[in-house]
Design a protein around this ligand. Structure first.
Ligand code: FE2
Length: 183
């Protein structure tokens, strides 16, 4: 499209969604973003499962913590969906598998969640590199605050995992950490 003064603009490009599209998106980046949305949705379901696991064992603080995390992951998925819509793309929602509900103890559960956060960051890093390679600045700028948020999440999970290692499964120590999370 070229803007011509006084003329009606009729040839604005549209994306797969039918919305106006300023610039097309590399298909491999689009595919990676679809996969990433699913990772965020899977993380939301996984944290919901963890919240339930904690509730069943009287860990109210941990349960609240994971319930909030579950909601945060849904917000992340929404942010990515909104980004694709802003870029004129369709949002394909893929199959989700059932979350894990089986852990031997809360430290085991936290190790699992820390690894999940690290996997989400790895996916973001991969998309970032792809966007850099194809000079997709819109995508790198979109990803910047998300990656910053991931570093903060990893730090928070590492802190709690470190405390749980110190607690060494002692019930009284675990309930102190649990009540701190409830505040
Ligand atoms: Fe997330």
């Amino acid at each position: 499209m070229t803007y011509t003064k006084g003329n009606l603009v009729t040839n604005v490009k549209t994306g797969p969604s039918g919305r106006a599209m300023a610039h097309p998106m590399d298909p491999s980046i689009l595919d990676a973003l679809h996969q990433h949305i699913n990772m965020e949705r899977a993380a939301s379901a996984q944290y919901f499962a963890m919240s339930i696991w904690c509730s069943e064992r009287e860990f109210k603080g941990f349960s609240n913590f994971f319930n909030k995390e579950s909601q945060n992951e849904q917000v992340h998925a929404t942010n990515f969906a909104n980004y694709l819509i802003a870029r004129g793309q369709n949002v394909a929602l893929l199959d989700l598998s059932a979350p894990n509900q089986d852990w031997t103890n809360i430290e085991d559960l936290f190790s699992y969640s820390f690894q999940m956060e690290a996997d989400v960051t790895a996916s973001l890093n991969q998309i970032y590199s792809m966007a850099e390679r194809s000079s997709d600045t819109r995508t790198t700028v979109f990803l910047d605050p998300t990656i910053e948020g991931q570093t903060a999440s990893e730090d928070e999970f590492a802190y709690l995992l470190g405390k749980l290692k110190l607690a060494n499964n002692d019930p009284s120590a675990l309930f102190i950490i649990d009540s701190e999370l409830n505040k």
